[in-house]
Design a protein around this ligand. Structure first.
Ligand code: AHZ
Length: 311
């Protein structure tokens, strides 16, 4: 554990809302109907710039050596971050998400149909988060997938030992010669990152060098292959650490979810793969719009990370 308290978290104040009997805080209710007298506290533009950049660069500095990096902030990556961040407040956990908006494919329950289905026993994770659901027997339904995603996201972001770097793509893996004696040529020892917008312009701009994060354990949850996704496992193939990918198979909800959770594991030393990225390694079926396996694969990835870490 190498947690150093970053500038971003130093001196934070807890905010209570002092709610009145109408449910809103007294400060807000006093403001309402009194807008003529209203004014914001003074500020200078440079203060805003410094407030943001000082914290961001302090975080870049602090998290350049992380304990765990999670690649991808979809339902699996966020579930892993929540579990690890809660279990081990002493570990420094960086999440790197290529998109501006974290959440991956979990903002809608499937197609455009709002509700999110989770098969039991994944309701345990919803209870853990405090996300309400309707019980339909063998499965439960959250009224909107965004309720799950925003809740897990807000809990993760409140953890002092987790930093989300969004709009940042993992462009490569850092590797070292392996010393595990089990036939693996390399161990993964970190990630190479770049602003996503920069990553998208390597073809039409001259070299724009990336940044790095060292960490003894990486959890990759970049989703199934597509325009992006399955990033780490495709890279393992191109660096000849995996012979080939199995390729995600057709949809079979019944078997797919068990397989993803049970097979969430360290693929090469230092790299754990979870969620739908794993289906590309194993040639496993997809499960479509049911999300219990993503949450519990995240929990299993967290457990594997602590085991690999030997802590
Ligand atoms: O932006 C991606 C998404 O938020 C992010 N990501 C991908 N490549 C990345 C890279 N660097 C940083 N190189 C990267 N971030 O990874 C996230 C993946 O989220 P996801 O929701 O696609 O994956 P998941 O495995 O958490 O959940 C998948 C849920 C399912 S199942 C399914 C089906 O069976 O068809 N489809 C989906 C979306």
């Amino acid at each position: 554990p190498i947690l150093t308290k970053s500038l971003a978290t130093a001196g934070e104040t807890a905010v209570g809302n002092n709610s009145t009997n109408n449910g809103l805080s007294k400060v807000i209710t006093d403001m309402m109907g009194n807008w003529d007298a209203f004014t914001f506290s003074p500020i200078r533009e440079s203060q805003v710039s410094r407030a943001m950049t000082r914290r961001y660069f302090a975080d870049l500095d602090a998290y350049a050596e992380s304990d765990i990096v999670i690649i991808g902030a979809g339902s699996c990556g966020l579930s892993a971050a929540y579990t690890l961040g809660k279990l081990r407040p002493d570990l420094k956990i960086a999440i790197v998400e290529a998109g501006v908006a974290p959440g991956g494919g979990a903002w809608l329950g499937g197609q455009l149909f709002s509700a999110m289905v989770m098969r039991k026993p994944a309701d345990a994770f919803l209870r853990e988060l405090g996300v309400p659901f309707e019980d339909e027997g063998h499965f439960v339904v959250v009224k909107h997938a965004a309720l799950f995603t925003s809740t897990v996201l807000s809990k993760v972001l409140q953890l002092p030992n987790v930093k989300l770097f969004n709009a940042t793509a993992v462009e490569d893996l850092i590797t070292r010669k392996s010393d595990d004696g089990e036939g693996s040529e390399v161990r993964v020892a970190g990630v190479v990152t770049n602003w996503t917008l920069v990553s998208m312009h390597h073809d039409d701009q001259s070299c724009m060098d990336p940044n790095t994060i060292n960490a003894p354990v990486i959890i990759s949850t970049t989703g199934h292959d597509g325009p992006f996704g399955a990033f780490s496992v495709k890279r393992l193939v191109s660096m000849k650490q995996l012979e080939q990918l199995g390729g995600m198979r057709g949809l079979d909800m019944q078997s797919a979810e068990d397989a993803i959770v049970k097979n969430t594991r360290e693929i090469v030393p230092g790299l754990i793969v979870g969620g739908m990225e794993l289906s590309e390694v194993d040639g496993a079926n997809r499960m479509g719009p049911t999300f219990g396996a993503m949450a519990l694969s995240g929990v299993k990835a967290a457990e594997e990370a602590l085991r690999v870490f030997d802590l």
